[in-house]
Design a binder for this molecule. Sequence first.
Ligand SMILES: Nc1ncnc2c1ncn2[C@@H]1O[C@H](COP(=O)(O)OP(=O)(O)OP(=O)(O)O)[C@@H](O)[C@H]1O
Ligand SMILES: [Mg+2]
Length: 239
Amino acid sequence: MFIRAVRLDAAPGDGYPFDLPVVRALHRRGGIALPGPVTLLAGDNGSGKSTLIEAIAVAAGFNPEGGTTAFTFATRPSESALGGHLTLSRVAGRKPRTGFFLRAESFYNVATEIDQLGVTASYGGQSLHERSHGESFLDLAEHRFGPSGLYLLDEPEAALSVQGCLALLVRIGELVALGGQFVIATHSPVLLAYPGATILEIGTDGAINEVAYDQTEAVAMTRTFLADPARMLRHLGLT
Ligand SMILES: Nc1ncnc2c1ncn2[C@@H]1O[C@H](COP(=O)(O)OP(=O)(O)OP(=O)(O)O)[C@@H](O)[C@H]1O
Ligand SMILES: [Mg+2]
Protein backbone atom coordinates (compact mmCIF):
# COMPACT_ATOMS: atom_id res chain seq x y z
CA MET A 1 0.00 0.00 0.00
CA PHE A 2 1.30 3.42 -0.97
CA ILE A 3 -1.78 5.62 -1.21
CA ARG A 4 -4.56 5.28 1.34
CA ALA A 5 -6.78 8.15 0.23
CA VAL A 6 -7.33 10.65 -2.56
CA ARG A 7 -8.61 14.04 -1.46
CA LEU A 8 -10.13 16.95 -3.34
CA ASP A 9 -10.06 19.83 -0.89
CA ALA A 10 -10.18 22.94 -3.02
CA ALA A 11 -13.55 23.95 -4.44
CA PRO A 12 -13.61 22.77 -8.05
CA GLY A 13 -13.74 25.41 -10.79
CA ASP A 14 -15.99 25.58 -13.85
CA GLY A 15 -15.98 23.51 -17.03
CA TYR A 16 -14.64 20.00 -17.66
CA PRO A 17 -13.79 18.17 -15.46
CA PHE A 18 -15.01 20.24 -12.52
CA ASP A 19 -18.63 20.26 -13.65
CA LEU A 20 -18.80 16.46 -13.88
CA PRO A 21 -21.19 15.00 -11.28
CA VAL A 22 -18.46 12.63 -10.06
CA VAL A 23 -15.99 15.47 -9.41
CA ARG A 24 -18.64 17.44 -7.51
CA ALA A 25 -19.43 14.29 -5.51
CA LEU A 26 -15.72 13.78 -4.83
CA HIS A 27 -15.50 17.33 -3.50
CA ARG A 28 -18.64 16.94 -1.35
CA ARG A 29 -17.37 13.76 0.28
CA GLY A 30 -13.83 15.18 0.60
CA GLY A 31 -12.30 12.36 -1.42
CA ILE A 32 -12.13 8.59 -1.49
CA ALA A 33 -10.37 6.11 0.75
CA LEU A 34 -8.29 3.33 -0.77
CA PRO A 35 -8.38 0.99 2.21
CA GLY A 36 -6.80 -2.09 0.63
CA PRO A 37 -4.26 -3.06 -2.01
CA VAL A 38 -6.92 -3.38 -4.76
CA THR A 39 -9.53 -0.70 -5.47
CA LEU A 40 -11.90 -1.16 -8.40
CA LEU A 41 -13.77 1.74 -9.97
CA ALA A 42 -17.05 0.72 -11.55
CA GLY A 43 -19.80 2.73 -13.22
CA ASP A 44 -21.50 3.21 -16.54
CA ASN A 45 -19.91 4.71 -19.66
CA GLY A 46 -19.29 8.39 -19.13
CA SER A 47 -19.57 8.24 -15.34
CA GLY A 48 -16.03 9.57 -14.92
CA LYS A 49 -13.79 6.57 -14.17
CA SER A 50 -11.10 7.51 -16.70
CA THR A 51 -11.14 11.15 -15.61
CA LEU A 52 -10.63 10.05 -12.01
CA ILE A 53 -7.94 7.43 -12.64
CA GLU A 54 -5.99 9.74 -14.94
CA ALA A 55 -6.09 12.50 -12.31
CA ILE A 56 -4.81 10.07 -9.67
CA ALA A 57 -2.03 9.07 -12.10
CA VAL A 58 -1.02 12.69 -12.67
CA ALA A 59 -1.06 13.39 -8.92
CA ALA A 60 1.13 10.30 -8.42
CA GLY A 61 3.69 11.58 -10.95
CA PHE A 62 2.87 9.44 -14.00
CA ASN A 63 2.84 10.72 -17.57
CA PRO A 64 -0.84 11.51 -18.27
CA GLU A 65 -0.53 9.60 -21.56
CA GLY A 66 0.42 6.41 -19.77
CA GLY A 67 3.48 4.33 -19.00
CA THR A 68 5.93 4.35 -16.13
CA THR A 69 6.96 7.49 -14.23
CA ALA A 70 10.01 7.60 -16.58
CA PHE A 71 7.80 8.12 -19.65
CA THR A 72 7.57 11.76 -20.68
CA PHE A 73 6.27 11.56 -24.26
CA ALA A 74 3.27 13.58 -25.28
CA THR A 75 1.19 13.23 -28.44
CA ARG A 76 -2.05 15.12 -27.91
CA PRO A 77 -2.57 16.56 -24.44
CA SER A 78 -6.05 15.59 -23.32
CA GLU A 79 -5.67 15.26 -19.60
CA SER A 80 -7.92 17.32 -17.38
CA ALA A 81 -6.72 19.77 -14.74
CA LEU A 82 -8.12 17.60 -11.95
CA GLY A 83 -4.79 15.90 -11.15
CA GLY A 84 -3.29 19.20 -10.00
CA HIS A 85 -6.12 19.60 -7.47
CA LEU A 86 -5.91 16.15 -5.88
CA THR A 87 -3.94 15.41 -2.74
CA LEU A 88 -2.77 11.85 -2.23
CA SER A 89 -2.53 10.60 1.37
CA ARG A 90 0.58 8.48 1.18
CA VAL A 91 1.47 5.71 3.60
CA ALA A 92 4.44 6.95 5.64
CA GLY A 93 7.73 5.37 4.66
CA ARG A 94 6.28 3.50 1.67
CA LYS A 95 7.30 4.65 -1.79
CA PRO A 96 6.55 2.59 -4.91
CA ARG A 97 9.67 1.03 -6.44
CA THR A 98 7.95 0.81 -9.80
CA GLY A 99 4.55 1.31 -11.39
CA PHE A 100 2.51 1.73 -14.52
CA PHE A 101 -0.41 3.82 -15.70
CA LEU A 102 -2.37 1.99 -18.38
CA ARG A 103 -4.49 4.55 -20.13
CA ALA A 104 -7.31 2.91 -22.04
CA GLU A 105 -6.97 5.05 -25.13
CA SER A 106 -3.20 5.21 -25.63
CA PHE A 107 -1.58 1.82 -25.22
CA TYR A 108 -0.44 2.13 -28.87
CA ASN A 109 1.58 5.25 -28.03
CA VAL A 110 3.10 3.53 -25.00
CA ALA A 111 4.19 0.61 -27.23
CA THR A 112 5.83 3.09 -29.64
CA GLU A 113 7.64 4.80 -26.77
CA ILE A 114 8.92 1.43 -25.49
CA ASP A 115 10.37 0.69 -28.96
CA GLN A 116 11.92 4.15 -29.23
CA LEU A 117 13.51 3.92 -25.78
CA GLY A 118 14.96 0.54 -26.83
CA VAL A 119 13.68 -1.15 -23.67
CA THR A 120 11.67 -4.00 -25.24
CA ALA A 121 13.78 -6.50 -23.23
CA SER A 122 11.92 -5.39 -20.09
CA TYR A 123 8.61 -6.08 -21.81
CA GLY A 124 9.09 -9.69 -22.90
CA GLY A 125 11.70 -9.13 -25.62
CA GLN A 126 9.43 -8.48 -28.60
CA SER A 127 8.02 -5.17 -29.79
CA LEU A 128 4.53 -4.82 -28.33
CA HIS A 129 3.46 -3.71 -31.82
CA GLU A 130 4.21 -7.26 -33.01
CA ARG A 131 1.99 -8.87 -30.39
CA SER A 132 -1.78 -8.95 -30.31
CA HIS A 133 -3.53 -6.40 -28.10
CA GLY A 134 -4.16 -8.95 -25.35
CA GLU A 135 -0.76 -10.63 -25.68
CA SER A 136 1.04 -7.31 -25.40
CA PHE A 137 -0.93 -6.36 -22.30
CA LEU A 138 -0.26 -9.71 -20.62
CA ASP A 139 3.47 -9.34 -21.59
CA LEU A 140 3.44 -6.01 -19.85
CA ALA A 141 1.82 -7.40 -16.69
CA GLU A 142 4.08 -10.44 -16.66
CA HIS A 143 7.44 -8.87 -17.48
CA ARG A 144 7.28 -5.19 -16.65
CA PHE A 145 5.04 -5.13 -13.58
CA GLY A 146 7.26 -5.91 -10.60
CA PRO A 147 7.27 -6.02 -6.80
CA SER A 148 6.28 -2.99 -4.70
CA GLY A 149 4.62 -1.24 -7.61
CA LEU A 150 1.73 1.18 -7.96
CA TYR A 151 -0.50 0.19 -10.88
CA LEU A 152 -3.28 2.36 -12.24
CA LEU A 153 -5.15 0.51 -14.97
CA ASP A 154 -8.00 1.86 -17.06
CA GLU A 155 -10.17 -0.94 -18.45
CA PRO A 156 -7.42 -3.53 -18.87
CA GLU A 157 -10.15 -5.95 -20.00
CA ALA A 158 -10.42 -4.01 -23.27
CA ALA A 159 -7.57 -6.18 -24.54
CA LEU A 160 -8.48 -9.41 -22.84
CA SER A 161 -10.59 -12.51 -23.32
CA VAL A 162 -12.31 -13.95 -20.26
CA GLN A 163 -9.34 -16.30 -19.92
CA GLY A 164 -7.02 -13.32 -20.24
CA CYS A 165 -8.94 -11.59 -17.43
CA LEU A 166 -8.51 -14.68 -15.25
CA ALA A 167 -4.75 -14.63 -16.00
CA LEU A 168 -4.67 -10.96 -15.01
CA LEU A 169 -6.46 -11.75 -11.72
CA VAL A 170 -3.73 -14.29 -10.94
CA ARG A 171 -0.99 -11.76 -11.80
CA ILE A 172 -2.64 -9.10 -9.63
CA GLY A 173 -2.68 -11.62 -6.76
CA GLU A 174 1.04 -12.31 -7.21
CA LEU A 175 1.90 -8.63 -7.28
CA VAL A 176 -0.28 -7.82 -4.26
CA ALA A 177 1.61 -10.55 -2.35
CA LEU A 178 4.79 -8.68 -3.34
CA GLY A 179 3.56 -5.39 -1.90
CA GLY A 180 1.79 -3.93 -4.93
CA GLN A 181 -1.21 -1.62 -5.02
CA PHE A 182 -3.78 -1.43 -7.83
CA VAL A 183 -6.49 1.04 -8.75
CA ILE A 184 -8.43 -0.32 -11.71
CA ALA A 185 -11.35 1.12 -13.66
CA THR A 186 -13.32 -1.78 -15.04
CA HIS A 187 -16.60 -3.04 -16.46
CA SER A 188 -15.48 -6.67 -16.21
CA PRO A 189 -17.48 -8.96 -13.92
CA VAL A 190 -14.35 -11.13 -13.82
CA LEU A 191 -11.96 -8.41 -12.66
CA LEU A 192 -14.57 -7.06 -10.23
CA ALA A 193 -14.38 -10.46 -8.48
CA TYR A 194 -10.85 -9.92 -7.16
CA PRO A 195 -11.09 -11.25 -3.59
CA GLY A 196 -11.23 -8.58 -0.91
CA ALA A 197 -11.13 -5.67 -3.37
CA THR A 198 -12.84 -2.41 -2.50
CA ILE A 199 -15.40 -1.69 -5.23
CA LEU A 200 -16.33 1.97 -5.67
CA GLU A 201 -19.23 2.43 -8.07
CA ILE A 202 -20.02 5.79 -9.60
CA GLY A 203 -23.80 6.21 -9.93
CA THR A 204 -25.70 8.14 -12.59
CA ASP A 205 -25.84 11.12 -10.21
CA GLY A 206 -22.04 10.97 -9.77
CA ALA A 207 -22.27 9.62 -6.22
CA ILE A 208 -19.38 7.30 -5.34
CA ASN A 209 -20.53 4.34 -3.27
CA GLU A 210 -18.70 1.33 -1.95
CA VAL A 211 -20.69 -1.68 -3.10
CA ALA A 212 -20.51 -5.45 -2.83
CA TYR A 213 -19.65 -7.51 -5.91
CA ASP A 214 -23.22 -8.71 -6.47
CA GLN A 215 -24.58 -5.17 -6.23
CA THR A 216 -22.49 -3.73 -9.04
CA GLU A 217 -24.48 -2.91 -12.13
CA ALA A 218 -21.93 -4.68 -14.36
CA VAL A 219 -22.37 -7.94 -12.47
CA ALA A 220 -26.15 -7.68 -11.98
CA MET A 221 -26.82 -6.84 -15.64
CA THR A 222 -24.44 -9.50 -16.96
CA ARG A 223 -26.17 -12.06 -14.73
CA THR A 224 -29.60 -11.00 -15.97
CA PHE A 225 -28.44 -11.18 -19.58
CA LEU A 226 -26.71 -14.55 -19.28
CA ALA A 227 -29.58 -16.09 -17.36
CA ASP A 228 -31.86 -15.63 -20.37
CA PRO A 229 -30.32 -13.84 -23.39
CA ALA A 230 -33.43 -14.42 -25.52
CA ARG A 231 -35.57 -12.58 -22.97
CA MET A 232 -33.27 -9.54 -22.96
CA LEU A 233 -33.10 -9.49 -26.77
CA ARG A 234 -36.92 -9.55 -26.90
CA HIS A 235 -37.02 -6.75 -24.36
CA LEU A 236 -34.69 -4.72 -26.61
CA GLY A 237 -36.96 -5.38 -29.57
CA LEU A 238 -34.31 -7.35 -31.44
CA THR A 239 -36.31 -10.53 -31.80
N1 LIG B 1 -11.51 16.30 -22.67
C1 LIG B 1 -12.80 16.33 -22.33
N2 LIG B 1 -13.51 17.48 -22.44
C2 LIG B 1 -14.81 17.55 -22.09
N3 LIG B 1 -15.51 16.49 -21.59
C3 LIG B 1 -14.86 15.34 -21.46
C4 LIG B 1 -13.48 15.17 -21.81
N4 LIG B 1 -13.11 13.91 -21.55
C5 LIG B 1 -14.21 13.29 -21.07
N5 LIG B 1 -15.25 14.15 -21.02
C6 LIG B 1 -16.61 13.83 -20.51
O1 LIG B 1 -16.50 13.50 -19.14
C7 LIG B 1 -17.39 12.44 -18.81
C8 LIG B 1 -16.63 11.33 -18.11
O2 LIG B 1 -15.75 10.74 -19.07
P1 LIG B 1 -14.81 9.52 -18.67
O3 LIG B 1 -13.98 9.24 -19.86
O4 LIG B 1 -14.09 9.84 -17.41
O5 LIG B 1 -15.89 8.37 -18.41
P2 LIG B 1 -15.67 6.82 -18.10
O6 LIG B 1 -16.42 6.49 -16.83
O7 LIG B 1 -14.23 6.50 -18.14
O8 LIG B 1 -16.45 6.12 -19.32
P3 LIG B 1 -16.14 4.73 -20.10
O9 LIG B 1 -16.68 3.64 -19.26
O10 LIG B 1 -16.90 4.89 -21.37
O11 LIG B 1 -14.66 4.65 -20.33
C9 LIG B 1 -18.06 12.02 -20.11
O12 LIG B 1 -19.35 12.56 -20.14
C10 LIG B 1 -17.19 12.62 -21.18
O13 LIG B 1 -17.93 12.95 -22.31
MG1 LIG C 1 -13.12 5.33 -19.42
